[in-house]
Design a protein around this ligand. Structure first.
Ligand SMILES: [Zn+2]
Ligand SMILES: [Zn+2]
Length: 746
């Protein structure tokens, strides 16, 4: 061993390890072997922003520790990911830099992969993919056609922001105070045909399964909470109102107060809404509501739009209830009809105060005990979900082309599967004005697959949320199998469902929709082997990383740059600091204290272990002295046993902050052991030193998942067999020599 490596020099330590991993191909997902458990650890898919941020470092440090831990235990591990490379950020960056999004994405991806490697993340880099690659997005198009055929995708009108000056639609983040981000002119809302994903057929099953996943114990509270929140389940009762021709089934979560209803609230998306809005003035108001972008502000009952239809329906007690339309229903119960009960419901009271035909009654106590209203005949138990179908198309150029041709004769016609992919021009250069795809005759002018006449391609592209619906699939397919067998490759059965998703707490929507699409693909056929239709057996959501108590932003000047941290302190120090500073369910408020702590710990472990290795050589063995300290070595063995059990348990639960705390405690005890022996006998016997070194080796083995470079180099230095040749196994037992005899000196 060279002198330089005896010093704690993170740069040299990291270079040595990373070279060894790469040379040995340690992180290539193994072909699953007999008796080996298969574990697919799925990290989040980063946007190709060009820079890892501290949230990524947190995400991948947790996932990487877990992947390394499972490998160490002898499992076949797939730790793979791809870039979410389509979407507005890349398009805007390309406009700013006067390049093509395709080039920008490539540069960013390479840069980020370099950052990941420097941090020692053990991804199977051969399986990395970009959602914007043709081989990849042709399968997004396949998925689109497959869901379209099953009526799980449909086309309907939706409102979008439009800038007259730039002749383009705008994403909501491009609208600032009602003005265009680019030209600052006022933006208006227009209605245009849009593609929607139908998720409602699978809401009930997602609901049932969420409880089952909770029982499985591999989904943490944070991730389960997001699934329940997005689903937005309300339990109550429903009843049929009215009679012939004017019937309406209404829902209320207030089981004991249905007879106190004062009005009926109808969603503007209710299938019968048009029949209820006959009055021309009300109809015009409804149209305004529909084009008013109300989705964004539908939560506050004092400002949410309300249209009085002028019509009424007979209520549960026979009294006439005014029927009013409001998107507040959608925000609470989905596209349904609900009873307005101001007597017990605050939001309904706010609405009632705005209705001329309703006099708001005094609130009634809805406490436990006696019913507040009369029981209602014909009422039955019912459930409503707030989650709803959503738009998947965007008027953007940098996205997966929608495989549809719009023909003047035939209307929208799906592109035949054998004609996929519909390729996006790679030299596309958006400027922010107009619609770049519509201006490309080589893209837009085609023959109609239906009648053969002249037609135009759909120039909307798929929102990157659609790509994300299946971004967890490709890593499970070897690259050479992706062109033909993306959804049918035999390895999919080996790796799916993913054993654990590790993602930020803002991923709940993605995960919810991925769960829906998995069920659809199960019913359609490709994922029939996933009986429960769940892509993830386990899920860990972590909170974000902030600094000085605030979100990191360029504007605030508090952005922590992972590259600078690694350059200054080394990759392992950064990893340990991020893991140790907070449990995943807590926001990590970044401070230098965590880095100092991690750096100090790794450096002192490094120096201490090297000193003990060097000291061992000159030590002699005295059977009498060894017998006198046997009980102390036995205590050391017990400390190691207990420590190891705790560290393994914490790591299994992905509570890496606890694992590291217990590793540092065990290190304290190993030092303590030496102090006590010296106090008793003045010096260590060779038997003591060997036991202590065995404990240090054990400690290094438990450190491998978290600080892999330092830990593995320590094992090499300690002469551990195979440390330089193969992956280090996780220690299953604490083998510390206790008996007074010693092994022959090497
Ligand atoms: Zn503009
Ligand atoms: Zn046609």
């Amino acid at each position: 061993m060279s002198e330089s490596r005896k010093n704690f020099d993170p740069r040299a330590i990291e270079a040595a390890r990373q070279e060894a991993w790469e040379r040995r191909g340690d992180f290539a997902a193994p072909r699953p072997g007999a008796g080996q458990e298969r574990v697919y650890v799925k990290p989040s898919s980063p946007f190709t922003s060009g820079n890892l941020h501290m949230g990524h470092v947190r995400d991948y440090s947790i996932g990487d520790s877990y992947a390394r831990f499972r490998r160490g235990r002898g499992d076949a591990v797939l730790f793979g990911f791809g870039f979410d490379a389509f979407g507005l950020p890349a398009e805007l960056a390309a406009i700013e830099r006067e390049t093509t999004p395709a080039e920008w994405v490539e540069q960013c991806g390479e840069r980020m992969l370099g950052q990941m490697k420097r941090l020692g993340f053990s991804f199977d880099y051969d399986r990395v993919f970009y959602s914007s690659d043709e081989d990849q997005y042709r399968w997004s198009q396949w998925l689109f056609l497959t869901l379209l055929e099953r009526d799980l995708i449909y086309r309907a009108d939706a409102t979008v922001d439009w800038c007259d000056t730039c002749q383009t639609t705008l994403a909501s983040i491009q609208v600032e105070d009602g003005r265009c981000w680019r030209c600052h002119n006022e933006v208006r809302l227009i209605r245009r045909p849009t593609w929607f994903l139908r998720i409602t057929p699978y809401l009930e099953e997602n609901d049932r399964n969420t409880e089952r996943l909770a029982e499985g114990g591999k989904w943490d509270d944070l991730s389960l909470a997001t699934q329940r929140y997005i689903l937005g389940r309300s339990d109550g009762l429903e009843l049929d109102l009215g009679g012939e021709g004017r019937a309406l089934t209404v829902f209320t979560p207030h089981r004991r107060a249905a007879s106190l209803a004062s009005f009926v609230l109808l969603s503007p998306r209710h299938p019968d809404v048009d029949a209820w809005v006959a009055d021309p003035a009300a109809r015009e108001q409804l149209e305004q509501m529909r084009s008013g972008g109300w989705e964004r502000s539908a939560r506050d009952a004092r400002s949410v739009p309300v249209v009085d239809t002028g019509a009424s329906i007979a209520g549960p007690g026979g009294e006439e209830l005014p029927v009013v339309v409001s998107p507040l229903v959608d925000a609470r119960f989905g596209p349904t009809a609900a009873l307005g009960i101001p007597a017990v419901d605050d939001a309904d009271r706010d609405i009632a105060e705005r209705l001329q035909r309703v006099s708001a009654p005094e609130p009634v106590e809805d406490g436990e005990g006696a019913p507040v209203g009369e029981p209602v005949a014909g009422a039955r138990e019912a459930t409503r979900y707030r989650a709803n179908d959503f738009s998947i198309s965007r008027q953007r150029a940098w996205g997966c082309p929608i495989p549809v041709v719009i023909c003047g004769e035939c209307g929208p016609v799906p592109v035949p599967e054998e004609d996929l992919p519909v390729a996006l021009p790679r030299d596309l250069r958006p400027t922010g004005e107009g619609n770049p795809l519509a201006e490309r005759p080589d893209f837009v002018d085609v023959e109609c697959p239906g009648c053969g006449g002249a037609a135009k391609r759909e120039t909307d592209t798929l929102d990157c949320h659609f790509d994300a619906l299946w971004l967890w699939v490709p890593a499970a397919v070897p690259p050479e199998g992706r062109a033909e067998q993306m959804f049918t490759h035999p390895e999919l059965r080996e790796w799916l469902p993913s054993e654990r998703l590790v993602a930020g707490n803002d991923s709940g929507g993605f995960v919810f929709d991925q769960r829906v699409v998995t069920k659809a693909l199960r019913d359609i056929g490709p994922f029939a082997f996933l009986g429960e239709g769940e892509p993830f057996a386990g899920c860990l959501f972590h909170e974000m990383v902030i600094a000085d108590g605030r979100k990191m932003s360029k504007h605030l000047g508090n952005v922590v740059n992972p590259d600078e941290l690694v350059a200054e302190h080394g990759a392992d120090t950064v990893r340990v600091a991020v893991l140790y500073a907070a449990g995943p369910a807590k926001t990590l408020n970044w401070s230098d204290g965590a880095v100092r702590f991690a750096g100090r710990f790794l450096r002192s472990l490094w120096n201490y272990t090297h000193e003990r290795i060097a000291a061992l050589e000159g030590l002699e063995h005295d059977p009498e002295a060894a017998a006198d300290t046997e009980h102390m070595r036995d205590r050391l063995r017990k400390w190691c046993e207990n420590g190891l059990a705790k560290i393994a348990e914490d790591t299994e639960q992905l509570q890496m902050h606890k694992s590291i705390r217990n590793i540092t405690r065990l290190f304290d005890r190993i030092q303590d052991f030496e102090k006590r022996v010296v106090e008793r006998r003045g010096r260590l016997d060779r038997a003591d030193a060997e036991a202590q070194l065995a404990a240090l080796v054990l400690l290094a083995r438990t450190l491998v998942p978290f600080a892999p470079h330092v830990a593995e180099e320590l094992l090499v230095a300690a002469g551990v067999e195979d440390a330089s040749e193969a992956l280090e196994p996780w220690p299953e037992t604490a083998e510390i020599p206790v008996a007074p005899g010693v092994s022959p000196a090497p």
